[in-house]
Design a protein around this ligand. Structure first.
Ligand code: KG4
Ligand code: ZN
Length: 352
């Protein structure tokens, strides 16, 4: 795919984008300058609200977005010391995500662009996770420019995608999960072990004091394909828990958490590195909520044959700075969406 993005030796077009994100259980708004510099980044997490259900309750999520969206946008504009007259376009998550949640952000964005006469840009949430790796605050050293071809692993609560990027906004999907997403597996196993929601941070914390080799859980390598599968691993943990409970033993929760985490991370890192070698990637990138995992970050840094970009922890989970970041590259490519654009709850990267 060719695009009109400037070469590094040209001055990039200047633009400030307001990003809006409501695809799941975070209500977020942010202002980003030139796709890279975060001027503000407001996030309201609903995690506590959903914790009592042990997972996201879609109806509760959309109603909470309605309550929070306007204060969050106001706070992002205020933190950036801007009014809408200082904004060049509004980027909003169009999908994938929960339909009832996506429409709240989409309608808020439409209202604002109608009032202010600004362009609107629908952004793919998975693409935005990739672009989170190049964001920084004004007082921080900017991350290096991406080096293509780049091998990206996007690991979140809903997705596990292995993607080759040959240029900005140019994605070749190599594979993805055939069943549970990596984050979903963390969440389900955390529930099984009584560790609560969201499961990723809870498993990581429990695993810290556990033995990762106490249980040898299965790894689905799926040789010859770039796909992943985590449902067998989840079932193996379930069987082990049932066996231990039947024997009357107290559950060794820390060892189970550590062994499970090691099995997931081993496969994610192993396959991503194999793909980077196979496709002669010059850089690797890991993004999405699961990229906040400490073991994953350490293992990929240790084993990768090329430099690795991973966003700082606060940009790994859902935020709107990444929507504004990706939105900028779409904006300078000329993308403008109509006001009757609908949300796309199942929008794959391969359709970009
Ligand atoms: O990207 P994200 O915020 O939302 C989606 O787009 O899905 O990812 C949320 C997922 C959840 O499944 C959560 O358990 C997982 O990311 N997660 C982690 C960690 N922090 C968040 N998984 C493993 N280790 C972590 N430290
Ligand atoms: Zn996400």
């Amino acid at each position: 795919m060719s695009n009109e993005i400037s070469q590094p030796d040209e001055t990039p077009p200047q633009a400030r984008i307001l990003g809006i994100e409501t695809s799941c259980d975070e209500t977020a708004a942010a202002v980003v300058e030139n796709g890279r510099v975060i001027l503000s980044n407001s996030v309201a997490s609903q995690a506590e609200l959903h914790a009592e259900f042990g997972g996201i309750f879609p109806e509760v999520a959309s109603r909470q977005h309605i309550l929070t969206i306007h204060p969050i946008i106001a706070s992002a504009m205020q933190d950036a010391h801007l009014t809408l007259s200082g904004i060049d376009a509004i980027a909003v998550t169009r999908g994938p995500g929960l339909p009832g949640s996506l429409v709240v952000g989409m309608n808020a964005a439409k209202g604002l662009v109608l009032g202010a006469g600004l362009p609107i840009i629908g952004v793919n949430h998975l693409e935005a996770h990739v672009y989170s790796a190049w964001l920084h605050r004004g007082d921080q050293t900017p991350p290096d420019e991406p080096k293509f071809p780049l091998l990206a692993l996007i690991v979140s609560g809903g997705h596990t995608e292995l993607v080759l990027m040959n240029d900005h906004l140019d994605y070749q999907r190599l594979g993805g999960t055939l069943d549970d997403a990596a984050g979903e597996a963390f969440d389900k196993v955390a529930r099984l072990l009584g560790l609560g929601y969201p499961g990723g941070p809870a498993i990581q914390q429990a695993a810290q004091y556990g033995n990762a080799r106490a249980f040898s859980f299965p790894r689905a390598w799926l040789e010859g394909s770039w796909n992943f599968s985590f449902s067998g691993l989840k079932t193996a943990v379930l069987r082990e828990v049932r066996r231990l409970e039947a024997s009357g033993m107290t559950l060794p929760v820390k060892d189970l958490a550590a062994s499970f985490q090691y099995a997931v991370v081993d496969v994610l890192v192993g396959k991503a590195i194999a793909a980077a070698k196979e496709f002669n990637a010059r850089e690797m990138l890991i993004a999405g909520g699961v990229s906040a995992n400490q073991l994953l970050r350490e293992m990929v840094e240790e084993r990768a044959p090329v430099p690795v970009s991973i966003p700082p922890i606060y940009l790994c989970t859902d935020n709107a700075a990444m929507i504004a970041g990706a939105g900028y590259y779409r904006f300078i490519q000329g993308q403008r969406d109509p006001l009757d654009m609908d949300v796309l709850p199942n929008w794959p990267l391969s359709e970009l």
